[in-house]
Design a protein around this ligand. Structure first.
Ligand SMILES: Nc1ncnc2c1ncn2[C@@H]1O[C@H](COP(=O)(O)OP(=O)(O)OP(=O)(O)O)[C@@H](O)[C@H]1O
Ligand SMILES: [Mg+2]
Length: 461
């Protein structure tokens, strides 16, 4: 998004009919806009590149370069530009093509001057709101985070509250949640907000440990305990004395290890392998898993007593799909971080790209979002992340923007028709075939959606 000042908004009109240029200029003179005009499309493109207007009004039929190819060039240069196409010859195909290419609107000539002025003032208002929202987001990112866990949804705020409440007191905590929901982040937050924050935090990934090494890793060993034990070694529990042990992927801990762990939790004592001595340790234990421990208990793969001991204090991290309200904030946070990391100036994400992010179901949760945005920040050519910078599987998710709107059957049919038409590249016969209706019905429906005499479509919600 451009950081245009309110006074700095520019609108470029490109139309080979010069009387139209005058007409538009006078229609928009009330608005807080600097208006630039060009009667020649090549001059228009040069002006665009030089002046970088935020809004472009573009005639579709011009000599030398067509409006459609200008649209492409403009959006390739700056995808955040709002381009409105104008044409004297409305066809559903060209409207659909314009949607696909990313036009903000499509107006027919002769221009309805009042409607045009109205549309432009709405665009200006939208841009201002969006900029306000961006500034606000920046403040929110600072306000709505706990030790690097970013979010403002009621679900994540509950997590923050629980972490704050138990951090000063806990002895054991179980963190559950799907992959990428932030369990490790939550574990670090718990440690940092606990009285043990100045002491070490030892991390053990239970799924990476071979069963035979498990005990010596956690509890240590003495010289000669087994072949290769050339000297004494302390385990993670002793290392983290007065601090915290984080047992990640606890669902993968072998049963023998579980029994020993339970004893340590009960007695706060460890025994190095090969030594008869019991040593007192003062540790907080955080365990995490993305598996269903209760089911593992049923299958006798996880000790029931250990499960009850751990789950007395459980914090469950919500899926990203259940808290999509956090997306704008998380996007802002990651884009900022990656811009800094890659030493690039990336100012935001286009509406089209945001819509794709909002539509996706995020099975990999926040980690997946982080990866997607990390890649986008690395690949993006300009300063704004657009739909093309996102991976193909995100672009393929079907649009469900109708979800929260109250629509009539006719609206739904109309939108579906346009969508099908878009997918078949504007081929009406093919679209009629796909929809299972007669071509004449399709024409009638199209005429109802966009009556040719005042065809005006808002191509983006
Ligand atoms: N709410 C959040 N705000 C900011 N970053 C987050 C948030 N949640 C997760 N992340 C980031 O997403 C990535 C994955 O988080 P984390 O490693 O804590 O997930 P996990 O729940 O432990 O996943 P797994 O079960 O796969 O180990 C990390 O880079 C983390 O920084
Ligand atoms: Mg993890």
């Amino acid at each position: 998004m451009k950081t245009d000042t309110e006074a700095g908004l520019k609108l470029l009109v490109i139309d080979d009919e010069s009387q139209n240029l005058g007409l538009i200029e006078s229609a928009l003179e009330q608005q807080e806009l600097e208006i630039i005009t060009a009667a020649d499309p090549e001059v228009g493109l040069a002006l665009f590149l030089e002046q970088r207007p935020q809004i472009v009004l573009l005639d579709l039929m011009m000599p030398k370069i067509s409006g459609m190819s200008l649209l492409e060039q403009i959006l390739a240069t700056d995808p955040a530009t709002e381009v409105i196409l104008m044409t004297g010859y409305y066809t559903a195909e060209s409207a659909v093509e314009a949607i696909r290419k990313g036009a903000a609107d499509y107006l027919t000539k002769p221009l309805d001057i009042r409607a045009l002025a109205d549309r432009i003032s709405k665009l200006i208002a939208e841009r201002r709101l969006r900029r306000l929202a961006l500034d606000l987001d920046q403040k929110l990112v600072n306000a709505f985070q706990l030790e690097g866990i970013v979010g403002r949804s009621p679900l994540i705020m509950d997590v923050f509250a629980t972490i704050r409440r138990i951090a000063p007191h806990f002895r054991t905590v179980l963190l559950t949640g799907d992959t990428g929901t932030g369990k490790e982040l939550a574990a670090r937050a718990l440690h940092r907000l606990s009285p043990a924050s100045g002491k070490p935090m030892a991390i053990c990934n239970c799924s990476a440990l071979v069963e035979t090494l498990f005990e010596s890793e956690l509890f240590g060993y003495v010289r000669g305990a087994f072949t290769g034990a050339a000297h004494d070694k302390i385990g993670l529990f002793e290392y983290a004395h007065q601090g915290t042990v984080f047992l990640d992927e606890i669902g993968d801990m072998p049963l023998a290890g579980q029994a020993k762990l339970l004893r340590v939790l009960q007695n706060q004592e460890v025994q190095r392998v090969g030594s008869p001595v019991l040593r007192k340790v003062d540790v907080r234990v955080i365990a995490a898993t993305n598996r269903d421990l209760r089911a593992l208990v049923q299958e006798h793969k996880f000790r029931e007593d250990l499960y009850y001991r751990l789950s007395m204090t459980e914090i469950s991290l919500p899926k990203l799909a259940d808290r999509k309200e956090d997306l704008p904030l998380l996007q802002r946070y990651f884009v900022e971080n990656f811009s800094m990391q890659y030493g690039r100036h990336i100012s935001g994400i286009t509406r089209r790209a945001q819509a794709l992010l909002a539509r996706y179901h995020w099975p990999g949760n926040v980690r997946e979002l982080e990866n997607v945005l990390g890649n986008a920040c690395m690949m993006v050519e300009g300063s704004v992340i657009d739909a093309k910078d996102l991976p193909p599987h995100l672009r393929k998710v079907p649009e469900r923007s109708d979800d929260n709107q109250l629509l009539s059957m006719e609206d739904v049919q109309g939108r579906h028709l346009l969508r099908v038409l878009e997918q078949v590249g504007g081929d009406k016969s093919r679209a009629a075939e796909v929809l299972g209706i007669a071509r004449s019905t399709l024409y009638n429906m199209l005429a109802r959606i966009a009556p040719p005499e005042k065809a005006k479509m808002h191509l983006l919600p």
